[in-house]
Design a protein around this ligand. Structure first.
Ligand code: BG6
Length: 608
């Protein structure tokens, strides 16, 4: 997520802008910039890298004049991290400046239109289209031009706009990405998030989707795109700065668990056009895809668990053999791969050394590599032949949640897209998959709405010493992630086991009161797993069943249960992982663990 700040008052703007951006650094970024109106000239200073670069070259903002300005920290989605792609963006003549948080989904046709009108672009960003549209349409009515351009934009965006000929206004537009306005004394502020302005004021307006604000030193006018005034009451913020960075959630992990509907929606919706899954990032031709004889998947940790889920999905839908490797093992097992092998590399950070080394090993054997990565411009993203970005936004908590869910969504889209090319899925199934993909965010949301029931279940379980996660087929793949989540943040020993395998040894560990979490969402094997549940219960286990609404009878055969909404088999993991994330979170919370930064763990291990 990018960060936006704005200031209009009688003090020098730049020092405040930089301080505000500092408070938004936790959102993750790769470049930063500020723009002020210095006596009718828009002055921009922007740098790739950390905010310190910008503070050094501007002497903490002291050498940038102007009492009205906007600032930005960029989390790259379109166009790699660079000074050129950093915000603020100026229009061709330097008359307009814009900072943006979000995704302009229709920026390509708009860019094409402007290029045909003779306008030239400097950056690779979607944002530059906005500032050029303002220039193209401006005929003297600043607000009218902003409203006209805003109505042309598709996607999610928060914008802050300045015009060089008007040093008395900043115009803010919100659709999808957050924006708050801080109310000061003879000065007002704008930010993506409350922490940026908390030192100045605790009185804010929250802009809602489809609202535009004209911010002056002594007034704030809010309206809709049709200029209908919107009445807002001032909201008083009583949080401290740390609570504000988590948007009121107690931990970043909980905030990110609740950001999953948006992470999945942003990752999916930009890749479904007219009912078809379009993976523009994949450079392979249909013929090349048809030539692959095998798929290899390499990753670590939770990303590896996505790979195990992917194996079940790809083999079932693409009818190609799939091998999944823990990246640190792959390179050293003399893998049998060649140009007929497709290698899928999964990594949130894009910097995990084991995964990068495994990818390079695959490339050395002539395998085409497709990376699924969350950080634009990261090492793995740069080295892979193709990269499909998850648009989950920066993930701060060490234990991944929203990136895992976004990675699953990419796997589903690959299965549908490649299955269509290979002719292994019917048009009916294709439509079902697309419908279910688009419905996923709301279904995830419906589970999040039941978080209290997971908290209640966790309150009965957090004192356990061991936990077993069991499942069959895709539920087994999912149990791996449930087990790791619990271990990572609660330090409770946990194992994931193929339910059918338990009786061949490990069931010896089951005794009175042992906690067993049975994943029972894959309906085709319900009776099989039901007998596995019976097996452990007869030895004293306490079983929590996580199943589907399609089999409510689960309630009758387990001591407690949680049912997820119906969806197609392929997408069950995206729903069933949510209760397991919440269970792990609340068990760790009841134990008083350090949830966002668990002992011994790193968000990304950049050494082998
Ligand atoms: C581990 C993290 O260090 O690396 C896990 O603790 C993560 O949460 C794993 O899944 C892989 O990281 P990445 O960035 O390659 O997905």
């Amino acid at each position: 997520m990018c960060g936006i700040v704005g200031y209009i008052g009688y003090e020098q703007a730049a020092p405040f802008l930089l301080k505000g951006l500092e408070k938004l650094q936790y959102r993750g970024y790769d470049s930063a910039g500020v723009c002020t109106n210095d006596d009718g000239k828009l002055v921009v200073q922007k740098e790739k890298g950390k905010l310190d670069e910008l503070k050094n070259v501007t002497d903490d903002g002291k050498n940038i004049k102007g009492t009205v300005g906007i600032g930005h920290t960029r989390w790259a989605t379109h166009g790699k991290p660079s000074e050129i792609n950093a915000h603020p963006h100026l229009s061709e003549s330097g008359s307009f400046a814009v900072v943006h948080n979000g995704i302009i989904e229709n920026y390509m046709p708009l860019k094409q239109f402007l290029t045909e009108k003779g306008m030239s672009f400097r950056s690779m960003t979607d944002t530059e289209v906005v500032v050029q549209l303002l220039e193209y349409y401006y005929e003297g009515d600043l607000l009218g031009t902003v409203l006209k351009v805003a109505a042309m934009l598709e996607g999610s965006y928060a914008l802050a706009i300045m015009y060089k000929g008007n040093a008395d206004e900043i115009i803010a537009v919100r659709k999808g990405s957050p924006l708050v306005i801080g109310i000061g004394k003879e000065e007002n502020y704008l930010a993506s998030d409350i922490p940026a302005i908390l030192e100045k004021t605790r009185n804010i307006y929250r802009l809602e989707n489809g609202e535009v604000a004209v911010i002056r030193r002594d007034s704030v006018q809010i309206m809709d795109y049709d200029r209908n005034p919107v009445q807002k009451s001032i909201e008083r913020i009583n949080w401290d700065i740390h609570a504000a960075q988590k948007d009121g959630y107690e931990h970043f992990m909980l905030k990110e668990i609740f950001e999953q509907p948006k992470a999945v929606r942003d990752t999916v919706e930009t890749r479904i056009k007219n009912g078809r899954v379009v993976l523009e990032e994949v450079t392979l031709t249909p013929e090349q895809i048809r030539q692959f004889q095998k798929i290899n998947i390499v990753a670590c940790g939770s990303a590896y668990h996505v790979g195990v889920v992917a194996k079940y999905i790809f083999e079932r839908i693409l009818r190609k053999p799939v091998e999944v490797d823990v990246a640190s093992e792959f390179k050293y097992r003399d893998p049998i791969i060649d140009s007929k092998t497709l290698t899928v590399v999964i990594s949130q950070s894009g910097e995990t050394a084991d995964t990068k080394e495994a990818m390079l090993e695959a490339k050395r054997h002539g395998s085409h590599t497709i990376a699924i990565v969350n950080v634009v411009g990261s090492a793995i993203a740069c080295e892979a032949d193709d990269v499909i970005y998850t648009l989950a936004g920066p993930e701060i908590a060490v234990a991944t949640t929203k990136a895992y869910s976004a990675q699953l969504a990419v796997i589903y889209m690959m299965a549908v897209c490649f299955g269509d090319i290979l002719g292994t899925i019917s048009e009916t199934d294709y439509q079902t998959y697309v419908t279910e993909l688009l419905a996923l965010p709301d279904k995830i949301q419906s589970i999040l709405a039941q978080s209290e029931s997971l908290k209640n279940i966790a309150s009965k379980m957090f004192a356990c010493k061991d936990a077993f996660f069991i499942g069959r087929n895709i539920d087994y793949a999912l149990s791996l992630e449930g087990s790791l989540k619990l271990k990572e943040i609660s330090y409770i020993h946990s194992e994931a086991y193929a339910a059918g395998e338990l009786k061949h040894g490990t069931i010896s560990l089951i005794e009175e009161g042992t906690l067993v979490i049975a994943l029972v969402t894959y309906g085709n094997l319900f009776d099989k797993i039901a007998s596995n549940i019976k097996e452990v219960q007869t030895r004293g286990a306490y079983v929590l069943g996580i199943g589907s609404e399609e089999h409510p009878e689960l309630r009758n055969i387990t001591q407690s249960s949680f049912l997820i909404p119906k969806t197609c088999n392929m997408m069950l993991p995206s729903l069933a992982v949510i209760p397991m994330q919440l269970l792990a979170y609340y068990m760790a919370k009841f134990k008083g663990c350090d949830i966002d930064t668990p002992r011994n763990l790193a968000k990304s291990v950049t050494v082998e």
